[in-house]
Design a protein around this ligand. Structure first.
Ligand code: AMP
Length: 249
């Protein structure tokens, strides 16, 4: 079985994003970029399935600028077998990504597509669900555990206050949650080996997908600055203040 893993290049999760002065978006100039953390978990899960013998090939895919090659090389260094870059300098919306992934899935015929549950850049949480709809295949979102058994996959999903177990027939779409696994670091020899692995360069036009945005971002704002706190002398003073604020009675 082949596994397709879409990986997105996003601002590194350790970097505090800064909103551009004109409020049109996040400033990406000279900012460290990395693989979306949920996608690292997706790559790791695909590798574990291959190590268990449930998968034979892992194909990493990214839609983004030429520099997204670095993200794909990271996936290859972790253990993916080959990669496809769909190069564009435009900001691509989840629907366009899902359409491209659908076209790639038609070509590659993967048994599983494992995506992150959301990209930390736009927090959309849409691509996996849209892809499942476009492919007409079942989806197991927010996966905490993934087990492939013959022609089905059992996914434990993280839901409010617990776990829900679903069984999907393959081919299926899975999106990863934070607790699914702890991604491995790529070792230096594997980083070197990854340079030799195949990476195909494509464009959206190769898949007949129109990238024209359907949405317009009107405004992006920084979170409100937190007000300075005050120190209270004792519990009585704290309770008094909570009462004045109507939080305690
Ligand atoms: P989103 O719907 O944007 O929150 O993204 C959910 C998941 O879809 C991500 O974790 C990736 O696995 C995948 N994805 C979204 N955008 C891209 C992209 N430009 N290239 C590759 N994968 C993507």
């Amino acid at each position: 079985m082949k596994i397709l893993v879409p990986v997105k290049r996003v601002i590194d999760y350790n970097v505090k994003p800064r909103v551009k002065a004109d409020g049109t978006g996040v400033d990406l100039a000279n900012v460290k970029m990395s693989m979306n953390p949920f996608d690292e978990i997706a790559v790791e899960e695909a590798i574990r399935l291959k190590e268990k013998g449930a998968a034979t090939e892992i194909v990493a895919v990214s839609v983004g600028p030429a520099k997204a090659q670095e993200t794909l090389r990271t996936a290859l260094a972790m253990g993916a077998d080959r990669a496809i870059l769909i190069e564009t300098d435009e900001e691509v919306e989840p629907l366009a990504v899902a359409k491209i992934l659908k076209a790639i899935a038609d070509e590659e015929q993967p048994g599983l597509v494992i995506l992150g549950k959301q990209s930390i850049s736009d927090d959309s949480n849409q691509t996996g669900q849209m892809l499942a709809a476009l492919m007409g295949r079942p989806q197991g979102t927010f996966a905490n555990t993934v087990e492939v058994d013959g022609d089905s996959v059992t996914v434990k999903r993280e839901v409010d206050g617990g776990l829900q177990t679903v069984k999907l027939s393959l081919p299926a779409i899975v999106t990863t949650d934070l607790r699914l696994n702890e991604p491995r670091y790529a070792s230096l020899p594997n980083i070197m080996k990854a340079k030799q692995k195949p990476l195909a360069n494509k464009t959206a036009a190769d898949y007949g997908v129109d990238l024209t945005p359907r949405l317009k971002t009107l405004k992006v704002e920084e979170p409100a600055v937190r007000q300075a706190g005050v120190k209270v002398a004792d519990v009585a003073e704290l309770v008094g203040k909570l009462k004045t604020l109507g939080i305690a009675d």
